[in-house]
Unconditional design. Structure first.
Length: 321
């Protein structure tokens, strides 16, 4: 069993599990210098050797410069290879398009980042979706039902081939709150996640479900746990350490893989980065587990700051309280 699974199951892992992601754009900028840095931390990267000659060649479609069209006919545009594209053309323009929308035919288990809530925004654009949530009529219900139906097919496809942990990602919050508020989220979207994750638990009751979600989502973290999520990957800055401690440690125990402060990493001093990691670990640590540390590093983070982050998580992953 992995240390992350031990942390989720509250089985007192030897160390706090740490996951480090280097975005392709970082490899494209720093190249061999980044590989030399990675080589200094085999305990974090487990011998990772990047084929620097093929980074751009191996990019997934939405990370390549140019235009990418997904299975729903959303048009993604990317000006900076190595980073995720954004949807610039939405196929659903009005209410009539919602009712005419056809569910894609593929049944291959495709559940990309943004598979439920963000899918609504990608299909229709933020403004339309917010208006329809405010109106609370058949338009938003029909749109949600169609996306949910597609996701039910895709979850069914992954059931026979799930690993120790099954991963989902959907950014539910903005930097400061939930765009539709917690009550509308509970009314319209909580049943969707309960249905999808319930399918997994019905198929395999002890299956671990991990959900990444950016933005300020502390108000609905208990709801996600009730839907079947075993570990949540929340952002430090958007949620605030005090909120995370209160919701995930005092009011109840919610295992979290904490997304450390990406907005600090490009500009912080070494001591600020260390203080940040220390405060997060000391505030959320439990000897039984329930805590992981997640680091995402991209091209805007100087190499010396990357080293500071890695040094800090290497020290604090051994924290014992």
């Amino acid at each position: 069993m992995s240390e992350l699974a031990q942390a989720i199951r509250m089985q007192s892992p030897d160390t706090i599990p740490v996951s480090v992601g280097m975005l392709p754009a970082a490899w494209m900028k720093y190249g061999a210098d980044l590989q030399r840095l990675v080589d200094q931390y085999p305990q974090l990267f487990h011998g990772l050797k990047m084929d620097l000659s093929r980074v751009e060649e191996n990019l997934p479609p939405s990370y390549r410069k140019g235009v990418y069209v997904d299975e729903w006919n959303c048009i993604w545009h990317n000006e900076h290879a190595g980073n995720e594209a954004i949807v610039t053309e939405h196929p659903v323009k009005d209410e009539e398009d919602v009712f005419a929308l056809k569910i894609p035919a593929c049944r291959d288990g495709r559940l990309p980042h943004g598979f439920m809530y963000l899918r609504l925004l990608d299909l229709c654009g933020f403004e339309n979706v917010m208006i329809w949530f405010a109106e609370e009529d058949d338009t938003i219900r029909t749109l949600i039902d169609k996306v949910l139906e597609y996701n039910i097919y895709q979850v069914a496809a992954i059931l026979p081939r799930m690993d120790e942990i099954v991963y989902f990602g959907d950014d539910l919050g903005t930097q400061k709150d939930l765009a539709i508020g917690p009550e509308r989220w509970r009314k319209y979207l909580k049943p969707c996640f309960r249905k999808l994750y319930g399918m997994i638990k019905a198929y395999k009751p002890d299956q671990l479900i991990y959900m990444h979600t950016d933005g300020c989502i502390w108000e609905i973290m208990p709801d996600l746990q009730e839907c079947g999520v075993d570990m949540i990957n929340p952002q430090f800055r958007a949620n605030g350490l005090d909120n995370l401690i209160r919701v995930c440690r005092k009011e109840r125990v919610i295992p979290i893989n904490l997304d450390l402060d990406r907005q600090l990493f490009p500009v912080g001093t070494r001591s600020q980065i260390w203080d940040h990691v220390a405060a997060a670990v000391e505030g959320l640590y439990m000897k039984e587990g329930g805590l992981g540390l997640n680091v995402e590093l991209n091209y805007e983070v100087p190499l010396e700051n990357m080293a500071a982050v890695l040094d800090a998580v290497e020290k604090y992953r051994h924290y014992k309280g």
